[in-house]
Design a protein around this ligand. Structure first.
Ligand code: NA7
Length: 545
């Protein structure tokens, strides 16, 4: 245990981020008796759901599944109102949990961690914040989220724009009034697909700048029927156990394992149709090779395109909106509520910026293909420096002063997505190399929080002062992550999973595609074998005894 446990400058653990991951990590470690300090850049808890306040922001995992599962009391006390919860409801839930567990007293808000240096002599992290605060901790946990580093492309002239502009991931707390305005939205990923129908309700004119047409299916959102949420509470804890062992941490649908060629074509079409109209990600589980072979995927992609085309009145516009350069599901599938229908409105114009790239932002709008598209507001729905952006935003230096930014210059390298060689006592929650964004994030967060808390407890109990992944174990894991990815179609698309949306970012498939259940088995085996693949610092143990 830390000598100065509970002092204002020395902690057992410092955690960065107070979203779902950081909040639960704090609670878990604190309940085990450890002293913890959390740093959070925002003024409140919530992480992703604190920052992404754009109109229409909504989770694409069903609310019943997208909530903590560690407390039966909490899940019974909270009642979700919609099939897919909207951002304000999720943020209210997070605040309810934070207040119930009295988490906020250990969180320093409006404080970014800027640097963390590992001191080998004391086996402690020295952590610095933007306000010049310096604290030390034995364990350093990055709970920074996978999609937290909002990215506005480096368009020339961006500061010349005289109107209002916002990134969806850094949205003003007071909201934005688009009434009667000419609004330009750049990007057509999930954030754009969710926000555009809501913006269209207010805007006088809507310009949508599309680089890649994305697959989108109707979310099928609806209010939960009276009694539905209550009934779900009865089976929730039991369902959680199944979710932990499932493929994607979701139990509201089954993945069919049989390959398409072994199935009756009529069955396949019916399955695709049923799943499409059910809404959500179940569509991607219609048969075993949907995400694994171009031939298998094409059947689903053709089905998706035919459904999407039905929603767009003008065939020329439909042609622009139909994805044709990547398999379905390898970029995050969008779930929408009235997105494609917006393009049937006279006030909406779709601009293909693959054909006519955005050249610059002018004082009065967006210039593409030599045309200045005038706008009063620009919405940058341009995504994030995903998975590594927020980790590398902190200048982390490990043993021998090695910089994590340098170590990961050619792409992130982790052991189990939890740790990285050369950086003892540093943990990532849902880090690159773990299922993370390919799963129900809450399931993966809980899996990691449990593992890290068990690990810390175990080491403290044995008075081990440092744990560090070995380079061999890390290399083998990185190879395994790549091998599993290569069995899927994921690497073929220019997605943020691959880092492809950031100019100059290495193209590496970052999440682990092997599934939540398989992954869980692996990390539990590692722990059960006495932290196989890690070095435990026993020399120091003897010294401190
Ligand atoms: P995404 O999914 O990364 O979408 C960003 C969009 O912005 C996407 O359509 C990009 O096109 C587009 N983009 C990015 N840079 C540019 C430039 N320079 N020019 C034109 N268009 C650009 O982010 P979201 O916020 O929508 O969603 C992130 C995740 O949050 C989502 O997957 C869910 O998990 C929730 P591209 O496709 O790269 O050609």
């Amino acid at each position: 245990m830390a000598q100065a446990r509970g002092s204002e400058t020395d902690f057992d653990a410092v955690v960065v981020g107070a979203g779902f991951a950081g909040m639960y990590m704090l609670h878990k470690l604190r309940s085990l008796g450890f002293s913890v300090r959390v740093y959070e850049a925002g003024t409140g808890v919530g992480g992703t759901w604190y920052w992404n306040r754009y109109p229409g922001a909504r989770c694409d995992v069903e609310s019943i599944e997208y909530q903590y599962g560690f407390s039966d009391e909490i899940q019974r006390e909270w009642t979700w109102t919609e099939r897919y919860a909207a951002q304000p409801e999720i943020l209210r839930y997070q605040n309810y949990v934070a207040d119930k567990l009295d988490l906020k007293k250990d969180i320093r808000f409006e404080t970014r961690v800027t640097a963390a240096d590992y001191d080998e002599g004391s086996a402690r992290w020295a952590i610095a914040t933007e306000h010049g605060e310096h604290v030390r901790a034995k364990f350093f946990v990055m709970a920074t989220g996978c999609l937290s580093s909002a990215r506005v492309p480096d368009f020339p002239g961006i500061s010349d724009f005289q109107g209002e502009s916002h990134h969806t991931g850094d949205w003003p707390h007071g909201g934005v009034d688009f009434t009667g305005k000419r609004v330009a939205v750049i990007g057509t990923g999930s954030s754009a697909v969710q926000s555009i129908p809501v913006i269209a309700e207010q805007a006088a004119e809507l310009l949508v700048f599309q680089r890649t047409a994305n697959f989108t299916l109707p979310a099928g959102n609806r209010p939960l029927a009276p009694g539905e949420a209550e009934a779900a509470k009865e089976s929730f804890i039991e369902g959680r156990k199944r979710a932990y062992d499932s493929q994607g941490g979701l139990i509201s649908f089954e993945y069919i394992e049989a390959m398409i060629d072994d199935l009756d074509p009529d069955f396949v079409q019916k399955e695709l149709s049923d799943r499409w109209h059910q809404g959500g990600f179940s569509f991607l589980g219609a048969y075993g090779d949907l995400m694994a072979t171009p031939e298998g995927n094409k059947v689903a992609a053709d089905y998706a395109r035919s459904e999407m085309a039905k929603r767009v009145a003008d065939p020329a516009v439909a042609e622009m909106l139909l994805p044709n350069d990547h398999p379905v599901g390898v970029k995050r599938l969008c779930l929408d509520t009235g997105y494609l229908e917006v393009f049937n409105q006279a006030k909406t114009k779709l601009i293909d910026v693959r054909k006519t790239p955005i050249e610059r932002i002018s004082r009065t709008g967006v210039v593409a293909g030599g045309v200045n598209y005038e706008a009063d507001c620009i919405v940058f729905a341009t995504g994030f420096d995903a998975m590594t952006g927020s980790i590398l935003a902190v200048d982390i230096k490990g043993r021998g002063g090695e910089s994590l930014r340098d170590k990961w210059a050619a792409g992130p390298r982790t052991y189990l997505g939890l740790s990285t060689a050369g950086f003892p006592n540093l943990f990532f929650i849902t880090g690159p190399g773990s299922p993370s964004v390919l799963s129900n994030m809450i399931i993966s967060i809980e899996q990691h929080v449990h593992w890290i808390a068990d690990c810390i407890s175990n080491l403290e109990g044995r008075q081990v002062r440092a744990i560090e992944a070995t380079p061999d174990a890390e290399n083998a894991w990185v190879d395994h992550v790549n091998e599993v990815a290569s069995l899927t179609l994921y690497p073929v698309a220019n997605s943020w999973y691959m880092g492809a949306n950031i100019p100059g970012k290495p193209r590496v498939f970052m999440p682990y595609a092997g599934g939540v259940g398989v992954y869980r088995q692996k990390i539990d085996e590692v722990a059960g074998a006495g932290y196989e693949g890690f070095t435990l610092d026993r020399e120091a143990q003897a010294a401190s005894a």
